[in-house]
Design a protein around this ligand. Structure first.
Ligand code: GRG
Length: 286
């Protein structure tokens, strides 16, 4: 199967799971449930949960083994986007081509929607312990890994550094540190919980972590290049391309993509879709 068809198939699996499992808009308190569904069922690429499903398959297990956890990771991603868009953070009006949550529901509801998605995301990951074939021990490890990747030393820490990023030039090492935390950490969680639930060994887990860090960096710099090219006139938001220029950014994306591929060498040709996904990240235009 071609990568595009594979991604589409997996995206539909995630979308169907979330559509069925998220609390209905009719269930009280209806407002928060409507708002949660608004910010989840809105056409995201589902890259992170797809990585969780892909990891199970890479390890020779069916994707069903990790489906609740994959959906949980997507809810946590959606939570981070709702909060990131708030006026007190990035103050964005649009997300996934639609008005941001706070533009539709107001700031108080958006804040609580993010909270609700985080809590429910963690709950879905916990529910993966009930899937047949998953050991309790690996389920606990998956929850631990998720919490580790969300805390102040990882994703939350990256976001606080990002919002305090002043207009003055930051060192390259500092910018990379911020990207590793705010973007790579959740991608690493997506991969590593897939690995833990599917009984990956220590070497495989470490390869998945390294892949997540590199692909996360390439993904975030590409995201910033696309933003920068769209809105060159207002580089009010500091970023890698705003600091180091497009040419260096593209060279670094290429390097991180090459290193991401190298991280998976122990999986040999089983990692075919992962390697093709790296090319997709390197050349994506949206
Ligand atoms: C973890 C407790 C805790 C707090 C989170 C708000 C926040 C703190 C972090 C935000 C981090 C953030 C928004 C990083 C940007 C990551 C990024 C490149 C998002 C875009 O991802 P895509 O392109 O989006 O995969 P879609 O819409 O396709 O899902």
């Amino acid at each position: 199967m071609e990568l595009a068809a594979y991604l589409q198939e997996k995206r539909e699996i995630i979308d169907q799971y979330l559509t069925e499992k998220l609390p209905s808009e009719k269930e009280a308190p209806a407002l928060i449930h409507r708002s949660m569904r608004y910010s989840v069922l809105n056409g995201g690429k589902r890259l992170r949960p797809i990585l969780t499903l892909m990891t199970a398959e890479l390890l020779g297990k069916p994707y069903e083994l990790v489906l609740p956890a994959a959906a949980g990771i997507e809810l946590i991603h959606c939570f981070s986007l709702v909060h990131d868009d708030l006026p007190c953070m990035d103050n964005d009006d649009y997300r996934r081509g639609k008005l941001t949550n706070h533009k539709v529901f107001g700031e108080a509801v958006a804040l609580l929607t993010g909270d609700a998605l985080l809590v429910l995301g963690l709950e879905y990951i916990r529910q993966n312990a009930e899937v047949e074939g998953v050991s309790k021990e690996s389920a606990v490890k998956a929850i631990q890994k998720t919490l580790e990747m969300l805390g102040t030393r990882k994703m939350l820490g990256g976001q606080i550094d990002d919002i305090n990023w002043q207009l003055q030039k930051q060192s390259e090492a500092k910018i990379i540190d911020i990207y590793l935390k705010k973007t790579s950490a959740l991608i690493c969680a997506a991969l590593e919980i897939g690995g833990l639930l599917a009984q990956a060994n220590v070497g495989e887990l470490s390869a998945l972590h390294s892949f997540g860090e590199k692909i996360g960096l390439a993904f975030q710099i590409t995201d910033d290049v696309l933003d920068f090219e769209k809105d060159k006139k207002s580089p009010d938001k500091p970023s890698y391309p705003a600091t180091f220029g497009i040419k260096k950014s593209l060279a670094e994306i290429k390097r991180y993509c090459r290193e991401a591929k190298e991280s998976l060498s122990l999986f040999e040709n089983k990692a075919k879709y992962f390697l093709e996904l790296v090319d997709y990240v390197q050349y994506r235009k949206e």
